[in-house]
Design a protein around this ligand. Structure first.
Ligand code: ARG
Length: 469
């Protein structure tokens, strides 16, 4: 008997009671999910252990059967951990693979494990448990990136760089402030991921095929044993819903889009044209033809991974759209999307942590760039408002003329233009105004709540550290 025949025979035993012919090869190929869902083998076993414990406690199976089942599942755990478990495509998915092996090992008792449950509640619950664990791990990884960013901010709290709008020089800012912006964005990402975790707090196991079960099961205990908040209230909702996965993907999509923006800054900053930053050797790649190149491949790939994660999120929305209650096999395609999204995210954030830990910044180049583009023009307008009581619009107009004059007379910075030139535009501009037009004065003046002044940045860092100890 070759392997294929053996597998098919096992399949017959799992659900083939009413069939005379075996599934065609192409049906088997489109139907099998084992290559994907074997990733949640641990969750499948954890849920089965909780289920078996409950069945025995409720007197639905015997204590002896329970001991055999749990012993068997422990053996399967170590077989999978040691790479000794052979996953078979004939057995479709992780649930049937484990159940068939269990029965092979312990006989009759293995066949009793499926009492009072169905693959429909089993798959939904395994998947939910996997997603909850993935969310928790993601939150921890984001926290660790935040810590790196806070440390890098602290080291550069007063380093001056241009702040951009439209990628045009806008106003000078501090690098510490710029990096802290990402810490805030990631904080909201974690908030969203944490919400997704809590919204996935209902245990689905016990919903059975769709309508519940006549067995006197105890769903509260199962929920508790698996770390859920409570059992879900409606068995049809339990097996049909995947909004927990949508929420996880939604939160993950926003988080990767945030990471992708930082990745894009790394690409820009490390270009010779910007010259703001240099990736360490272990985070740069070379070109096979141009020996001078230091490419930021990892950052570029994070941008592309963002596209994939968002596409996965959209794909799951489209799978669910128009699906009637309850379970349809369409739902099997949920896992490849969610697993893939988390794996891409984890790879991306690992790369981002590595890059941000080791990237070095070029203080001189950033300072030079901050001075260009008449970045302190707003400071002059603010002075006209403050000291002369001009309406802001009027001040804005005067400074526009000042900038035009500086440009025409080849003064690259307002701070380098003599007072007499300013006074050609408006005689009321005095020496006192000039002293505010250097970039150091500009950033130091921005002390409003959330502003870029180095002292503010220091305070924001202290506050963050206090709140996250
Ligand atoms: N492999 C299936 C999935 O991932 C398990 C549930 C199958 N249920 C069923 N009634 N065929 O969705």
């Amino acid at each position: 008997m070759d392997n294929k025949d053996k597998g098919s025979e096992t399949q017959q035993k799992m659900w083939g009671g009413r069939f005379e012919a075996l599934p065609s090869e192409a049906l088997q190929a489109i139907n099998a999910s084992i290559s994907v869902d074997q990733k949640m083998w641990r969750e499948d076993i954890d849920c089965s252990v909780a289920h078996a414990n409950m069945l025995a406690a409720q007197g639905i199976i015997s204590e002896t059967d329970k001991v055999a089942i749990i012993g068997g599942l422990e053996k399967i755990t170590s077989q999978i951990e040691n790479g000794e478990f052979e996953f078979s495509i004939e057995l479709e998915d992780i649930h049937l693979n484990i159940e068939a092996r269990l029965t092979e090992m312990i006989g009759e008792a293995g066949k009793r494990l499926h009492t009072g449950r169905s693959r429909n509640d089993q798959v939904a619950n395994d998947f939910k448990l996997w997603t909850r664990r993935a969310l928790q791990s993601t939150i921890t990884q984001i926290e660790s990136l935040q810590n790196i960013l806070v440390n890098r901010s602290e080291q550069h709290f007063d380093w001056i760089m241009p702040g951009f709008t439209h990628l045009q020089t806008a106003q000078p800012v501090t690098l510490g402030h710029h990096l802290l912006a990402y810490v805030e964005m990631l904080e909201r990402d974690n908030f969203r991921l944490n919400n997704a975790f809590h919204n996935a707090g209902e245990c689905v196991l016990g919903s059975a095929a769709l309508a519940g079960t006549p067995f006197p099961i105890d769903r509260e205990t199962v929920a508790q044993e698996l770390g859920f908040d409570c059992p879900n209230a409606n068995s049809m909702d339990g097996v049909a819903s995947r909004d927990f996965a949508l929420e996880a993907l939604g939160a993950l999509s926003i988080a990767i889009v945030n990471l992708s923006r930082l990745a894009d800054e790394i690409v820009l900053w490390s270009s010779p044209q910007f010259g703001f930053a240099r990736l360490s050797d272990d985070w740069s790649t070379g070109s096979s033809i141009m020996p001078q190149k230091r490419n930021p491949d990892a950052a570029e790939l994070i941008r592309a991974k963002a596209a994939k994660i968002c596409a996965n999120s959209n794909a799951l929305l489209m799978i669910l759209k128009g699906l009637p209650l309850t379970y349809s096999k369409d739902l099997q395609e949920d896992k490849v999307l969610v697993f893939g999204a988390f794996e891409d995210f984890w790879l991306s954030i690992t790369a981002m942590r590595g890059m941000m830990e080791t990237i070095t910044f070029n203080r001189e180049n950033m300072l030079k760039a901050a001075k260009l583009g008449y970045s302190t023009a707003t400071d002059l307008a603010d002075w006209l408002v403050r000291e002369l009581g001009l309406p802001f619009r009027e001040a804005h107009h005067i400074v526009g003329a000042v900038v035009k004059h500086a440009e025409q007379n080849n003064y690259p910075e307002l701070a380098l233009m003599p007072l007499s030139e300013f006074q050609k535009i408006d005689a009321r501009i005095s020496e006192a105004a000039l002293s505010l037009l250097n970039v150091e004065a500009s950033v130091s003046s921005r002390t409003s709540l959330g502003g870029t002044a180095p002292n503010n940045v220091k305070m924001q860092i202290e506050k963050w550290k206090d709140e996250h100890e």
